[in-house]
Design a protein around this ligand. Structure first.
Ligand code: ADP
Ligand code: MG
Length: 352
């Protein structure tokens, strides 16, 4: 499906490990004064002064987390940075540095790694983070990529998952379900391509959801916006697994319950039309889809006037006493228990 636009293939063994690292990282600039030492020594050195350091890491494995038959390497580089920055923003912190470690088999030429690093560089430039190190090794099969992100925050600004209170409002940024449906489209086209490689698919009507899958954007703007609005969330988490399981994490860790309103869940028109096409409920897609990298948080009732009309934010429910449980209130005004990854069980419930 993805054409090889760059037929040149330079074997990475020609460069040697140091030559390869130097080649891939030479164009990265240091942007933060907190980066005392970046790439080039045994370890990086960072000085966050009086701030707290935030650290998070994610490992992505070929054919488990990504499929290179429709994921261009440049997008993969970008996305692997995004999934980590999203975790930093979910702490209400500022992302400042990343490390990138890769294990590559010899099936990848230098040009492929250049693409991967072009995506990483694009992410570093747009999101203002410094690449400060990593590790490079060979793998027998496939590509593995680990990104570690570092960030900084004032202690009093950090927001955890376990501090939501009963009666707090439940808020989500952006819209949900797109990344999952984008993946369904890409998987479908991959099957079509296997049968008929000549077929040139017209994917225009799916452009938004495909982009949500291939090029997600971490919500750097949301902690900044909340600061401007003078709202400190009472609890926050990023949506990597689907709305339902993230709500359950917030509730369980905070020892509260929740009422989520189906008609308040933000959906893009492409999510609605593509759900119909796949014969799925768009609510189910938003609840269980995953990979949207939006931020889900709770705020005190008194902050309602500060967030109510904001186009980036949707108030989708409120927290309750733990004993009341976690529920979805449907459009028909029935109460359904929320279930983590409840793809099948939720579908059954819906038919009741
Ligand atoms: P060591 O032998 O101490 O592990 P390396 O030779 O692996 O050192 O790395 C040398 C320098 O290059 C270090 O600063 C390291 O963080 C950096 N580095 C190694 N691999 C990568 C990579 N894939 N991306 C970015 N920086 C890297
Ligand atoms: Mg090393």
């Amino acid at each position: 499906m993805i054409e090889d636009k760059n037929p040149q293939r330079t074997s990475i063994s020609q460069l040697g490990e140091f030559g390869l690292i130097e080649h891939l990282t030479k164009n990265f600039e240091i942007k933060h004064s907190s980066t005392i030492k970046g790439i080039g020594d045994d370890a990086a050195v960072i000085d966050f002064k009086d701030k707290k350091a935030i650290v998070t890491t994610d490992l992505l494995v070929e054919n488990v987390h990504f499929d290179l038959s429709y994921m261009p390497l440049k997008h993969l580089g970008y996305k692997s940075v995004m999934v980590n920055l999203s975790d930093v923003y979910a702490m209400n912190a500022k992302a400042t540095q990343i490390t990138v470690s890769i294990a590559v088999s010899n099936r990848f030429p230098l040009e492929a790694l250049e693409e991967l690093y072009a995506g990483i560089k694009h992410a570093c430039d747009l999101y203002e983070v410094d690449l400060i190190g990593g590790d490079t090794t060979s793998s027998n099969k496939g590509l593995l990529i680990t990104v570690t992100a570092l960030g900084e925050a004032n202690q009093e600004d950090i927001v955890y998952r376990n501090t939501a209170k009963s009666n707090d409002l439940l808020v989500v940024s952006g819209d949900l379900g797109g990344a999952y449906l984008g993946l369904q489209i890409l998987e479908r086209e991959k099957e079509v391509f296997k049968v008929n490689p000549q077929n040139q698919p017209d994917l225009d009507m799916y452009s938004y959801i495909i982009e949500r899958q291939l090029k997600p954007e971490a919500r750097k703007d949301i902690p900044e916006l909340l600061k401007k609005l003078e709202v400190k969330p009472t609890a926050m988490i990023d949506i990597s697994d689907g709305l339902s399981s993230e709500i359950i994490h917030l509730c369980k860790q905070s020892k509260v319950g929740c009422n989520l309103y189906e008609d308040k869940i933000p959906l893009d028109p492409q999510v609605i039309s593509t759900s119909e096409e796949f014969n799925l409920s768009s609510t189910t897609v938003a609840l269980s889809g995953g990979e949207d990298y939006e931020l889900l948080f709770t705020v005190a009732q008194e902050d309602f006037p500060k967030i109510k009309a904001n186009p980036h934010l949707s108030i989708i429910g409120h927290m309750t006493q733990e004993s009341e449980g976690m529920h979805l209130i449907t459009r028909a005004n029935t109460k359904i228990p929320l279930q983590a990854r409840g793809w099948n069980s939720f579908e059954e419930n819906e038919k009741e």
